[in-house]
Design a protein around this ligand. Structure first.
Ligand code: ATP
Length: 351
């Protein structure tokens, strides 16, 4: 048996899941300290839900171990894990009212009626639904239903709170509001929480730790800002926010050369002849054309009110620069401009 990587909190050690010959999750190793809000993020089919289901005990890993506070829980049945779950497959009981839905697990555990009533009141306060105890769930809005599902999952003060795309059925406005609410709730309770989402904005809003997955593997696990500022590879850079990905080569002096221009202040490590450079659109500066900088032609301006995107063609590649109305570039389509890529904002990516 392998050594536990962390005694306190949740530890995933080399978790693999195969369905027949297909590998849905491959060698996932991750340490989640107590009180952390984790978002499992990635495109459809990358294995997020399968990983969450293994943590929940709804699926058995083909290989690897899951530990909680050092104890191996890999084979422990779901009902003995004491986890709170909000999964699409665990819909609210339609024939029960709000209070009975929330108190369901408490009733099964034989908690006395008066204690259950008080706990339901407390949880309804927590999810901003005071006074809704007697309401049939059929008469709730989508957002209210999700709040009740969250309250139901929290009723027994779970050790781990697991949610699979909890906000995906809500409209954009409500979804954004609920992201903030969910984060605030988690911080208030200090509960270790793992949420599956394919929405990078959602992950950036809520998570302490973003785990980007691709084809069953962890591509990067770090804080939202680290993932955004220092993406590990092109997959992560492209998946999180939008970015400019440029081919870069190393010249004889080790300088980074993009479209025939050596960028001052940026070097490629020895042994790396070619790589890709990620530069966020808000970091690209447009200037007058001049020596020692990239030159391009403005092809399109997209004015979104709050931000302005300028599309510049540089040696056959489109570079996007984003600015605010206050710093609006004084250019029109067809203009020749200089394109400045500040070295401190250029990230050389693994291919
Ligand atoms: P989505 O965002 O679309 O829900 P996901 O990242 O959550 O995607 P999973 O549901 O974990 O992805 O599925 C990962 C892969 O494993 C997919 O290719 C899926 O078809 C496959 N898979 C999942 N469950 C099973 C199963 N029970 N039997 C066979 N293949 C499965």
């Amino acid at each position: 048996m392998r050594e536990g990587i962390s005694m306190s909190g949740l530890a995933l050690e080399g978790i693999t899941k195969q369905f027949g010959s297909f590998t849905a999750v491959e060698e996932v190793t991750l340490a989640v300290p107590h009180g952390t809000f984790v978002c499992l993020l990635g495109p459809s089919g990358c294995g997020k839900t399968t990983l969450l289901r293994m943590i929940a005990g709804l699926e058995t890993p083909s290989d690897g171990h899951i530990r909680l506070d050092g104890a191996d829980i890999t084979g422990l049945p779901t009902h003995r894990r004491d986890f709170g779950m909000v999964f699409q497959s665990l819909a609210l009981f339609p024939h029960l009212n709000v209070a009975d839905n929330i108190a369901y697990a408490l009733r099964i555990r034989g908690v006395p009626a008066e204690q259950r009533r008080r706990r339901v009141e407390e949880l309804l306060q927590l999810v901003h639904l005071p006074g809704y105890a007697e309401r049939p769930v059929a008469r709730l809005s989508g957002g209210q239903r999700q709040r009740v599902a969250i309250a139901r999952a929290l009723a027994v003060s779970p050790k781990l709170f697991l949610l699979d795309e909890p906000l995906s059925a809500l409209d954009a406005k409500l979804r954004e509001a609920m992201q903030v609410e969910l984060r605030q709730l988690q911080q208030k309770l200090g509960i270790t929480t793992i949420v599956v989402t394919h929405d990078q904005r959602e992950a950036m809003t809520m998570a302490d730790l973003v785990v980007v997955m691709g084809e069953g593997r962890i591509r990067q696990a770090a804080s939202p800002i680290e993932i955004y500022r220092r993406p590990a590879d092109s997959f992560v850079a492209d998946f999180i926010g939008s970015t400019n990905l440029l081919e870069v080569a190393r010249d004889g002096q080790g300088r980074a050369v993009v479209a025939g221009v050596a960028l001052s202040g940026l070097a490629l490590p020895e042994g790396v002849a070619q790589a890709r450079l990620s530069v966020r659109p808000e970091d690209v500066h447009l200037t007058a054309p001049g020596d020692g900088r990239l030159t391009g032609t403005v092809t399109f301006l997209r004015d979104l009110g709050g931000t302005i995107e300028t599309y510049v063609e540089v040696a056959g590649t489109t570079v996007v620069a984003v600015s605010t109305p206050r710093e609006r570039p004084d250019v029109a389509a067809g203009a020749t401009v200089g394109v400045l890529l500040p070295p401190e904002h250029c990230v050389v990516l693994r291919q």
